[in-house]
Design a protein around this ligand. Structure first.
Ligand SMILES: *Cc1c(COP(=O)(O)O)cnc(C)c1O
Length: 359
């Protein structure tokens, strides 16, 4: 079978080393003679996997012992609830930036638990930029932002100085570049964009952040229980965390600086072609263009199906834009190789030549 270039937005491309290790572990996990998916999560072989995954997160992000790392379930979407449930009192206020669909959902959930102050929004221009002028009130409980807006293709390259605990949904750009994790009180990321398969969510929590709300929190939704249970308060996503651990090993072997350089090279290559090619155009503010999700459209919308058909013939997969925004989206997550971007660029050039000929 010839290579399929996987531009899917999530679940998404993973490093081959993680796939190979998973296949092996499904047959014989860590020389136990048993499959990874039929052993106890409390076996010493599996406990070592979970421990290594948490340690790799700390190591890669340079986190000190003032942070706890857990792998939970319920996706990033459950974090939209767990964050305010654990951190926002009914009479308190949380600040949010509304930079896209996921941020809007986070805001909607927070309103179930307390007051929400949307300090900035880019909804006025269909979320095509990152809001930059805003102040974060010092008396709110926390400030929440979304580092990469997966659906619109905008990314926050700078984070504000927040006088209150800063919380970030990094589902789609975590481990894509170095950043100062010490600025954040809580970071969460669904695994299936940039660090593993669907089924687990990484949550990083600064010590001392919890224990300030007065509401009663159901046990499974209380961070404290998962931290004390070392991600085994209940049965963890055994398989998903295993794949994350191997993906994290791969990320560590490259390093975040080199990963950023790779991601800059890939995204520059594609954005340059979008800007040069007479058929296509970008959809978001240039300075906020995401390196992870590249959104673009055909100037003549009627050509879209033809272009997607050609993409399919050229083994380019996953380019249709999100159903809410349409157009095209190429997701260039960490594991995507530059050869895949080159193949896309060549197909865009081929399509342009074809259209110019028929005119
Ligand atoms: C995909 C995504 C989510 C939702 O993740 P689920 O794991 O499906 O709940 C939330 N935030 C961002 C930024 C995302 O990209």
């Amino acid at each position: 079978m010839s290579k399929i270039h996987n531009f899917s937005a999530g679940p998404a491309i993973l490093p081959q080393s993680a796939i190979d290790a998973s296949i092996e572990a499904l047959k014989n996990f860590s020389n136990t003679g048993l499959s990874l998916i039929e052993i106890s999560h409390r076996s010493k072989e599996y406990e070592a996997v979970l421990r290594e995954a948490c340690e790799l997160v700390k190591e890669i992000l340079n986190l000190g012992n003032d942070y706890d790392v857990v792998f939970l379930q319920g996706g990033a979407s459950l974090q939209f609830d767990m964050v305010p449930m654990n951190l926002l009192n009914e009479n308190g206020t949380a600040c949010y930036i509304n930079s896209g669909v996921w941020a809007s959902k986070a805001i909607k959930e927070a309103k179930y638990f307390g007051n929400v102050n949307v300090v900035a929004s880019s909804e006025d221009k269909n979320f095509s930029y990152i809001p930059k002028d805003y102040t974060i009130p010092a008396d709110a409980n926390y400030f929440h932002c979304t580092s990469n807006n997966t659906i619109y293709g905008t990314e926050m390259f700078e984070f504000p100085h927040s006088p209150i605990p800063m919380i970030c949904d990094m589902s789609s750009d975590i481990f894509s570049r170095p950043f100062d994790a010490g600025k954040f009180s809580l970071i969460y990321a669904g695994a299936q964009k940039n660090m593993g398969p669907a089924g687990t969510t990484l949550v990083i929590i600064k010590k001392g952040l919890l224990g300030k709300v007065t509401r009663k929190i159901p046990s499974m939704l209380e961070y404290k229980n998962h931290i004390e249970g070392e991600s085994m308060y209940n049965t963890p996503s055994v398989f998903a965390i295993f794949v994350c651990m191997h993906t994290l090993r791969w990320i560590k072997s490259i390093g975040l600086e080199a990963m950023e350089a790779r991601n800059i090279e890939k995204s520059n290559l594609l954005y340059s072609e979008i800007d040069r090619n007479s058929i296509f155009e970008g959809t978001v503010a240039i300075e906020d263009r995401s390196r992870m999700n590249v959104n673009f459209v055909l100037k003549n919308k009627e050509f879209e199906d033809d272009f997607l058909k050609l993409c399919k013939q050229r083994n380019l997969n996953g380019l249709k834009g999100h159903r809410l925004v349409g157009g095209l989206r190429a997701s260039l997550y960490n594991a995507l190789e530059i050869e895949s971007v080159q193949a896309l660029v060549e197909t865009m050039q081929e399509f342009e030549n074809e259209k110019n000929k028929s005119n």
